[in-house]
Design a binder for this molecule. Structure first.
Ligand SMILES: Cc1cc2nc3c(=O)[nH]c(=O)nc-3n(C[C@H](O)[C@H](O)[C@H](O)COP(=O)(O)OP(=O)(O)OC[C@H]3O[C@@H](n4cnc5c(N)ncnc54)[C@H](O)[C@@H]3O)c2cc1C
Length: 346
């Protein structure tokens, strides 16, 4: 805490996860002095499906990250439910998947290259005595203390679910993200390298774990037979909520701290990278109102997608009918996917 209070900087970013580091990189590129503070130490891991949508990949490349050797190209998305399967390819270039720890290290390296100051292992619990910055950026995730201190907390939460992830040492059998829909959960498979896949479970049941949930997916169990886990199981909550405002005075929020969508959308990381770019533009014009407007625009489509997916979760009979119909006419699902993952930067 002492280190943070004594420091002078143009922009102080609390939280050095993907949103905080992307924001630091984008803002530093505009010429500001930037300091990032995080309670943890790199490379930071987190329960995540680890897929990045094509629009998010494009932003990371614009921010100067060199991803090609580290990431697994994702062709599209496949939904599977009770024997029915529908899939579609991304129309705007591939998505990418890579382990969170690797993504974090790449972001840290790029921030370091640009001269961002980073303080790791430093938890911030009180923001009122941090006076030596022009702008304070809250990038401290779902339970943001910066958001709370600025009085920007959400009025309500639209959905609250539980996520768990684990990796397995096995060659991927597909370059699609596979979402397996079950009666109590979704399990999705993301190939993260040539010899590793990540499996994430999403459910409304806090007691449901991957090993129990897998009994709903015999085909997946068969594929994983004999594969060794290559990471420890990790859990996190996934929340859909929107804030009325994402800034007050000199304090502004990015990433999950500024509102979030259910993890099943696969939007969280891309949205955070969009926030980073939008915030850097707004700060360079000294106008957070323009960030607010852009943030609201960016939130609309992912919130819509989350609404559709959570309805499919709630109404299994309807879901199965829809999947069967889509399987009969694959181009419709391709068009839907194109619309639902359309680039936001325009
Ligand atoms: C199960 C699951 C699966 C997901 N799958 C995907 C996916 O496939 N694709 C996708 O795009 N998104 C996915 N998401 C969402 C994605 O993980 C989040 O949107 C993303 O992590 C948001 O990044 P962030 O930097 O805002 O927050 P975080 O990643 O939570 O980072 C916040 C950082 O702030 C630090 N911090 C917190 N409090 C303090 C404090 N007081 N002082 C100092 N530091 C602090 C933390 O240590 C942390 O490093 C998934 C989420 C879950 C739960």
């Amino acid at each position: 805490m002492v280190k943070v209070t004594r420091m002078r900087t143009d922009v102080l970013v609390i939280g050095g996860g993907p949103a905080g580091l992307a924001a630091a990189i984008a803002i530093r590129s505009k010429g500001f002095e930037v300091t990032v503070v995080d309670a943890a130490r790199p490379p930071i891991d987190k329960a995540c499906g680890e897929g990045i949508l094509p629009a998010g990949v494009e932003i990371l490349q614009r921010l100067g990250l060199r991803l090609s050797n580290d990431a697994f190209p994702l062709r599209g998305i496949r939904f599977l439910d009770n024997g029915a399967s529908v899939e579609a390819s991304f129309q705007f270039g591939p998505g990418l998947a890579l382990r969170r720890t690797r993504l974090h290290q790449l972001l840290v390296n790029r921030a370091d290259e640009l001269g961002v100051r980073m303080l790791w292992g430093t938890r911030v619990s009180e923001t009122s005595n941090l006076s030596t910055y022009r702008w304070l950026v809250g990038a401290d995730g779902q339970n943001s203390c910066v958001r709370h201190a600025a009085g920007l907390d959400a009025a309500g939460t639209k959905s609250f679910r539980f996520g768990f992830r684990q990796h397995y040492r096995i060659s991927p059998w597909t370059d699609f993200v596979e979402v397996h829909w079950g009666s109590r959960c979704q399990v999705y498979v993301t190939p993260v390298s040539d010899d590793e896949i990540g499996i994430a479970l999403l459910s409304r049941d806090s007691h449901l774990r991957l090993d129990t949930a897998m009994s709903e997916f015999p085909e997946l169990q068969r594929r994983l037979h004999g594969a060794q886990p290559s990471s420890a199981e990790r859990g996190a909550v996934t929340v859909s909520c929107r804030l009325r405002r994402v800034f007050r005075d000199r304090t502004v929020l990015v990433g999950d701290a500024s509102g979030s969508v259910d993890a099943l959308t696969g939007e969280g990381l891309s949205l955070s990278f969009h926030h980073a770019v939008a915030l850097s533009e707004a700060l360079s014009h000294g106008c957070l109102a323009s960030y607010q407007a852009e943030h609201s625009r960016l939130a609309r489509r992912p919130a819509f997608v989350a609404g559709i997916l959570l309805s499919l979760d709630r109404f299994p009979a309807l879901r199965r009918t829809i999947f069967k119909l889509l399987a009969l006419d694959p181009p419709i699902f391709a068009k839907l996917l194109t619309t639902l993952t359309a680039d936001e930067s325009g």
